[in-house]
Design a protein around this ligand. Structure first.
Ligand SMILES: Cc1cc2nc3c(=O)[nH]c(=O)nc-3n(C[C@H](O)[C@H](O)[C@H](O)COP(=O)(O)OP(=O)(O)OC[C@H]3O[C@@H](n4cnc5c(N)ncnc54)[C@H](O)[C@@H]3O)c2cc1C
Ligand code: FES
Ligand code: FES
Length: 470
């Protein structure tokens, strides 16, 4: 049967391996070369396409990097490339880029068009700021970013305030010239397509030698060239993306993405500051695919969500099926890129404890604000009652081979009166319990001192303890 999906306006059946990167399919098989190939690592955004799929009865579009996405995930969905916007006339976004002089060699332009159109499709309202944030994953070597930002502002001005109050967003955007008219029939076409094909609800087993792929934003960077030949266990479309409240925990399905988490009201209620912190993780395109479980299992010592979840004392529910066991995340990491998962196991969901009394704060220091990984990151989950630290979990990344629970620092703080002196002493304990290495992100001494200062920053930000600052 092949992989059946809508490519722009057309229904296709792709007879290709499910692990083939979408970018290769577009350029080599379909010969649609408007989607550019730059880094193949998710960094440049030149390969950005729009991915539309039915979720909970809605048609949801996300900008994604096609270099890191397996073909199999396209089943029953809508893939939009720049060729899908070459109808009769330029779209609103294309016109704005031209008008503002934001196109020079044009290599980055298809990706920019996709990202900017994507932000209109995803938001009930859109602001200049959200449009600029959505562009953080698109690099341009020619024009400078001022012209691109002006184009984004022009688009925002053209669609607001009508977008926020539009009953049918797609119809509204078609009317504004932001989308070609064929978008109006896509939802019905996908419904028919998905009804025809049996929903993919494979039993979640991991056969020997198979590669588990969630968002693919890590595994395709590491092994992109080999993935076509691999046997995959794909988690997208397997019904594992639900985020739900269960008494005093938030259960996050393994295939929920960083974007899903950041947009979920219960998750934002559970993790203070989540909406802002999520903008510091990956880029807009990569957040659309990067999953929470992938961030944990890839075991990067600087994984942002992993560090947050260690502080929050999350628990991983590991399958498959009835054989499931629960592993506290603080016991999940054995060493550098080494976790306690056994062959054949996968993380099915993550349980995050909830507490109305808990305050939470995350800090990430990197060389640039967006689309960069941390030199050092740290999180703090703390309950203070009547000036005394009742419960606390501090964690850090970039200062050890794994995302680290700062056990000694947390033990030191628990039961103490929260004041500037205690916080400064806690910072010194934190500096003493880590073992950073010198690398391109800074010397060991710098990272150690940075962590100490960030521990203080948690308490300055959460409790206004400015006098603790060095
Ligand atoms: C451009 C770019 C920027 C990035 N920036 C950041 C950043 O700022 N902060 C950050 O923390 N990370 C960053 N990352 C790293 C990465 O995207 C994230 O860690 C992401 O969350 C990984 O999730 P994924 O679903 O894409 O994982 P995948 O690539 O699908 O999988 C990663 C690994 O985990 C395994 N795996 C995935 N899910 C499961 C599961 N449920 N059970 C068992 N095994 C599983 C896979 O087999 C694979 O070995 C960035 C990556 C890119 C490409
Ligand atoms: S080619 Fe650079 S992000 Fe895909
Ligand atoms: S116009 Fe040349 S890379 Fe952006």
């Amino acid at each position: 049967m092949g992989i059946e999906f809508l490519l722009n306006e057309r229904l296709v059946q792709a007879l290709v391996p499910e692990g083939m990167p979408v970018l290769d399919y577009l350029r080599d098989i379909e010969e649609l070369r408007g989607t550019k190939q730059g880094c193949r690592e998710g960094d440049c955004g030149a390969c950005t396409v729009l991915w539309g799929r039915l979720r909970g009865g809605h048609l949801e579009y996300r900008p994604v990097t096609s270099c890191l996405m397996p073909m199999g995930d396209l089943e029953g969905s809508h893939l939009v490339t720049i060729e899908g916007f070459t109808d009769q006339r330029l779209t609103l976004v294309q016109e704005a880029l031209v008008e503002e002089g934001a196109v020079q060699c044009g290599f980055c332009t298809p990706g920019l068009v996709m990202s900017l159109t994507g932000v209109l499709l995803e938001k009930s309202s859109v602001s200049k700021r959200s449009a600029h944030v959505a562009l953080a994953g698109n690099l341009c070597r020619c024009t400078g970013y001022s012209a691109i930002k002006r184009a984004a502002d022009r688009v925002v001005l053209a669609v607001e305030p009508g977008l926020g109050s539009a009953l049918d967003k797609i119809e509204f955007l078609v009317g504004k010239g932001a989308l070609p008219s064929y978008f109006g029939s896509i939802k019905a076409r996908l419904e028919a397509l998905n009804e025809k094909g049996a929903p993919r609800r494979k039993a979640l087993t991991v056969p020997e030698g198979a590669v588990v792929v969630a968002g693919g934003t890590d595994v395709y960077v590491q092994r992109g060239a080999e993935m076509e030949a691999e046997s995959l266990v794909r988690l997208f479309g397997a019904g594992l993306d639900e985020i739900k409240l269960e008494e005093n925990i938030l259960r996050v399905g393994a295939a929920a993405t960083v974007w899903d988490l950041a947009k979920n009201a219960d998750a934002r209620d559970t993790i203070e500051g989540l909406a802002d912190d999520a903008e510091l993780i990956c880029s807009h395109q990569v957040r659309s695919r990067a999953t929470v479980a992938g961030n944990i299992v890839n075991a990067s010592p600087i994984g942002d969500l992993a560090v947050m979840l260690v502080a929050l004392d999350a628990t991983l529910v590991v399958g498959p099926g009835d054989a499931s066991r629960r592993i506290p995340i603080r016991q999940f990491y054995k060493g550098y890129k080494d976790v306690v998962l056994r062959p054949g196991e996968l993380v099915a969901s993550i349980e995050i404890p909830r507490s109305a009394a808990r305050r939470f704060h995350f800090e990430k220091i990197c060389k640039r604000e967006h689309l960069d990984i941390a030199s050092v990151n740290t999180a703090c989950a703390v309950v203070v009652e009547e000036g005394v630290v009742k419960e606390v979990g501090l964690s850090a990344g970039g200062v050890a081979p794994t995302p680290l629970y700062l056990r000694k620092t947390s033990d030191f703080l628990r039961g103490r009166t929260l004041d500037a002196q205690t916080v400064r002493q806690a910072a010194a304990v934190a500096e003493g319990e880590v073992s950073p290495i010198s690398d391109v992100r800074g010397s060991a001494a710098y990272k150690r001192r940075l962590l100490g200062n960030l521990v203080i920053a948690h308490f300055v930000e959460l409790f206004g303890l400015e006098e603790a600052a060095p």
